[in-house]
Design a protein around this ligand. Sequence first.
Ligand SMILES: NC(=O)c1ccc[n+]([C@@H]2O[C@H](COP(=O)([O-])OP(=O)(O)OC[C@H]3O[C@@H](n4cnc5c(N)ncnc54)[C@H](O)[C@@H]3O)[C@@H](O)[C@H]2O)c1
Length: 283
Amino acid sequence: MFVFKAAVVGAGTMGGEIAYTIASADIPVVLKDVDQKFVDAGLGKARSIWQGLVDSGKLSEEERDRRLGLVTGATTYDDFGDVDFVVEAVPERMDVKQHVFAELDEVTPGQAILASNTSSLSITEMAEATSRPDRVVGFHYFYPASMMRLIEVIEGEETSPETVMTAVSFAQAIRKMPIRCAEAPGFVVNRILNSAFGEVFRFQEEHDIPVEEIDKVMADSKAVPMGPFFLVDLLGLDTVAHVGRYLNECYGDRFPLHARMQALVEEGNLGAKTGKGFYEHGK
Ligand SMILES: NC(=O)c1ccc[n+]([C@@H]2O[C@H](COP(=O)([O-])OP(=O)(O)OC[C@H]3O[C@@H](n4cnc5c(N)ncnc54)[C@H](O)[C@@H]3O)[C@@H](O)[C@H]2O)c1
């Protein structure tokens, strides 16, 4: 099945960049959120990436405007009646995702594929909220979606081979590198990443070491582009904490929780997106 038109639901840390990847491959895309200010922020993010290409001489202003014209912002499902492929990118909570999947089941054509950008949760459980579990699949981008090439394509219990094939070829059409994954909590990358970060989190709290010190040592080692505490601030502490809690529930203490991170989330300090997390983030 060819994807002639796509949609992204949720225009937060990931959604605007996901829309950018789709429109950059010349495929029209609707970007929906619950409030116009989130839609505008998502559109602004896509625009600023194209603008960066204009500034570095890699894209003309006309081409920037043409690609921007392929992204339609929305706060309703009015433009979902002819979409072929939807990427859901709402918060990492099963109740929120199931609610959105039930709505998508109502408003999209029966043959449309409903994909989730979830970092860890069960595709099978999301699919239960729809009447087309064979057409529900995981489609997991990495941050920042405009730059990272990998996409994990996750098969739920009912996902059909045709759906997996369409997801894989759609990923290739938008110039990404898909890998097929079984439905294990955290899939491949987040299971490995969280197991490594979990040790760092545990060590930091046990020895009460300033997070800046850990980040500096790890970044100076050149083994990683930045320290884990700065990285999770960019990813969004609520997202990272939700994933961490789910992996802890599924796998136990080999995925330890970080008490300070949980406290920051409860205070509403979610990292770069709210201006404060482990670090203060200027505009
Ligand atoms: N942040 C990351 O680095 C990252 C990386 C890979 C995957 N993910 C996954 O992507 C998903 C989204 O994460 P995020 O970091 O972009 O979250 P976010 O909190 O930054 O953005 C979520 C957006 O969804 C919107 N939203 C909530 N309910 C909605 C609804 N019913 N309809 C439409 N929009 C709705 C919110 O207003 C918000 O703008 C999660 O499943 C997360 O695990 C995140």
